[in-house]
Ligand binder design. Sequence first.
Ligand code: NAP
Length: 251
Amino acid sequence: MDLKLNKRVYLVTAASRGLGFGVAEALVREGANVVICGRTEESLKKAAAKLGKQAKHLMADVSKERDIDSLVEFVDENFKKLDGLFVNAGGPPPGKFSDISDSDWEKAFHLTLMSAVWLTRKSLPLLEKSDAPSVLYSTSISVKQPIDNLLLSNALRPGVIGLMRSISPELGPKGVRINAICPGYIYTARVEELMSSNESAKDAIESRIPLGRMGTPSEFGTTCAFLLSPVASYIHGALLLIDGGLYQGMM
Ligand SMILES: NC(=O)c1ccc[n+]([C@@H]2O[C@H](COP(=O)([O-])OP(=O)(O)OC[C@H]3O[C@@H](n4cnc5c(N)ncnc54)[C@H](OP(=O)(O)O)[C@@H]3O)[C@@H](O)[C@H]2O)c1
């Protein structure tokens, strides 16, 4: 299927590795241009080089409003328009209620929720110049089912879904589609690091996944490229799990 992405422009945040990189790679493979960001120059440069000529990069921390201003200005200077925005960030740190300070809560709020608010608000003028604009928020299976020891993520990611669902009636009439994707376990470097201290952890998780394995960044990226593309033209305000069947609830 032709996703009709040739020469379109996408901003993919937190994309020097992992899920964001998987999305950037899928978009580039389909002929799109991408702007990627991350906080570490060296890994960002390497990622952009791997993506090739269709990729531009800028160092930006999405938990900082000023960095998002610079990022959107960078897209404007280079392309004068934006066809889509993939909102992604690092995960907030683990911890239980008694371990988490007000400062941790505030940092996680900026990283997880305000990054989505700022990126969406500031990108809208450029998105409205596209004939098929779309926004995709990356969240987690934790919006459906809390994950042990990830209180900040469990508490704040549902806010991103609330944001997406609440603004979809406002963005729809402007022609801007907005959706969310909720990964279960996708085997990125971060997941590998988390599993490294406990060899049986991966097997234990995979035994709970009906498809019997974790997903790959490439599978995740391809699905996101579809949702961001003009081909998904009637999908708006939706939340899609990509978890190999891990979530067992009815809704
Ligand atoms: N992989 C999964 O199975 C899974 C499942 C559910 C949810 N998630 C969530 O999805 C997100 C990505 O996960 P991942 O597995 O792809 O992680 P990853 O492999 O560690 O990649 C994270 C990427 O985000 C960048 N980044 C981190 N914080 C950033 C910030 N404040 N501003 C800009 N860039 C930032 C990192 O680069 P720098 O460090 O250089 O900035 C890196 O490129 C996380 O929030 C994670 O909690 C992942």
